[in-house]
Write a protein that binds this ligand. Structure first.
Ligand code: HEC
Ligand code: HEC
Length: 235
């Protein structure tokens, strides 16, 4: 046997191993919890809860024009916390409140596990407006004069998210990001872990909030590596 056949054999073995791994992955793709969440995402919880994909997109990618946020690839614990906050009123939002209230805590966890298991969308709307220098300055360096740290220091390089607590903000609709920053200023969104984001938002001027929103909306959505493996129940 010459070296060439050996290499081909090794490659073939690797390929076969790869295929069987894929088969296993397909077989394991949906845990019972994720399957339950899949059903809710596509059919809602009749009669009161509509299908999530009607607004959040067939792949949980969101809708830039309408300002509906992307859910795909965000951490399950983050999504569950948001649904619980919508249900309790700690995060006040007229569209999501009845939807979250219409689900049991168990259903909220399942549908969150489902969206967390989906990959982040590959590309975002090309209609995102061009960011200006102020947005980039805040994102990468913050505004230390007013005690605002760089957004990426918590949200990760390119705003792609870090671990379970710091959500990806890259590629979220600009209008959605702006609305969230405003919600923390008016205390209509719960302060979140350690009140970190609420403190940041309260230190931003309206002009800065607009600029940061435009900046992150212009970046491609990206999947972040989960820190502890709990993100994405199907993975
Ligand atoms: C009629 C449209 C609509 C439907 C249907 C809908 N949503 Fe939403 N969702 C929204 C809007 C609008 C927001 C932004 C709320 C805000 O500005 O705070 C949102 C926000 C969210 C958020 C917060 C995301 C984040 O990044 O913090 C989660 C989680 C969520 N929705 C989950 C769901 C789930 C799960 C379902 C299905 C059971 C669902 N939504 C159905 C419109 C909808
Ligand atoms: C000190 C850490 C920290 C910094 C700095 C920070 N954030 Fe956040 N941010 C968070 C945390 C934590 C959350 C999650 C809040 C929650 O769980 O409700 C968050 C959430 C958000 C959200 C909501 C995402 C969603 O899906 O609803 C937006 C938008 C956001 N941050 C924008 C920004 C911008 C813009 C900057 C820079 C001006 C910034 N953040 C700087 C910690 C930070």
């Amino acid at each position: 046997m010459n070296n060439e056949t050996l290499t081909i054999r090794t490659m073939a073995r690797a390929l076969i191993a790869g295929v069987s791994m894929l088969t296993c992955a397909a077989a394991l793709a949906q845990t019972p919890e994720v399957a339950k969440g899949d059903a809710i995402a596509h059919a809602g919880v009749p009669p009161s809860v509509p299908a999530c994909i009607a607004c959040h997109g067939a792949l949980g990618e969101g809708n830039a024009q309408a300002g509906f946020p992307r859910l795909a690839g965000l951490s399950a614990s983050y999504l569950t916390a948001q649904l619980n906050d919508f249900a309790s009123g700690a995060r006040q939002q007229p569209v999501m409140a009845p939807i979250a209230k219409g689900m049991t805590p168990d259903a909220r966890a399942s549908v969150s596990a489902y969206f967390a298991s989906l990959p982040a969308p590959v590309s975002t709307s090309t209609s995102a407006p061009k960011p200006d220098a102020l947005g980039e300055q805040l994102a990468l360096h913050g505004n230390w004069k007013n005690g605002v740290p760089a957004c990426v220091s918590c949200h990760g390089d390119q705003g792609s998210g870090v671990g379970d607590a710091f959500p990806a903000i890259a590629g979220q609709p600009a209008a959605y990001i702006k609305a969230q920053l405003a919600a923390w200023k008016t205390n209509t969104r719960a302060p979140g872990p350690l009140g970190l984001m609420s403190a940041v938002a309260k230190r931003l001027s309206d002009k800065e909030a607009d600029a940061a929103a435009t900046y992150f909306a212009s970046l491609p959505a990206a999947q972040h590596a989960p820190e502890n493996g709990t993100q994405g129940a199907a993975r």
